[in-house]
Design a protein around this ligand. Sequence first.
Ligand SMILES: [Ca+2]
Ligand SMILES: [Ca+2]
Length: 325
Amino acid sequence: MMKKHTHKFISFGLIIAILVCSMMVYAVPVNAAILSCGDFHFRVKGDSATLLDYQGGSSTMLTVPSTVEDSSSNKQYTVTEIGYDCFRAKGGNLKSVSLPSTLTSIGYGAFHECSSLETISIPGSITTIGNCAFDSCTSLKGITIPNNVTSIGDFAFAGCTSLESVSVPASVTELGFAIFHECTALKTATLTSKAGQMMFRGCTALTMVDLGNVKEIEYKMFENCTSLKSVFVSSGNPTIGFEAFNNCPAEIVKKRAGDINNDKKININDATEYQLILADIKPDTDAYNINGNILDDNKRDINDVTYIQLYLAKKCSSIPVKQSF
Ligand SMILES: [Ca+2]
Ligand SMILES: [Ca+2]
């Protein structure tokens, strides 16, 4: 076991020092240099710096600086990237990490096996989360993927066994393999437009997934999700890939009825919206079509609106959820 508390205050001092200290240049590859400061090494190129590694070891809280300075030239570099396996060796005691809003990329394995890490805020500037970036962060309680992220790599959050809920925004267009593989505490997940292969494989506590507008349920996406009860879609009939539901209780894909505006709530706005659509005041869309035939009689009409109103007035007990497969 590494000592967790003895050097806490010394380390905190070091963190402050990092923010104001100057750098030493000690290696100069072609067009790049390595700068050293406190517990960090950076590779600098152009105007940007990549955080290469961290040598702290005993700190539990850490702030990554937004800029570094080369003391020999007084040139400042913007920290844009967390590099390969950066915190893997010495990040084992970190509980909380603060990242600067200058970052655009969290690299391959950056926080791999940071098993004490409970909280980290991914800045809104991030576009890429690399393979295994948070793999086996077994204490990580929650993660928000901001809506500038376009790419998430293989196993990025695999083995995060404390995560209970995840949400992937519409901005994400490239998804690797097994992103949430064996996140065994995960109960709910919300996707928007894209899924990945083996995405939730072995998430044995997963009960509810909202697929949004996902068009394809990918290869082995829910394999061994032995608690899975509900998979909702908002539009269309997604295609179901090979062994997508292997060793699940059932292939269960449902559509929401009654949630006309597709905001995951059924309230008076849905009744109003529906009336506007039926009166041709609002354009009709696929989503309205799917959610609107509440009485399942192949017509969308005023009776469906009335049903929502009765439901809201507690005159009927439930809005039926339609089974599509
Ligand atoms: Ca609604
Ligand atoms: Ca109807």
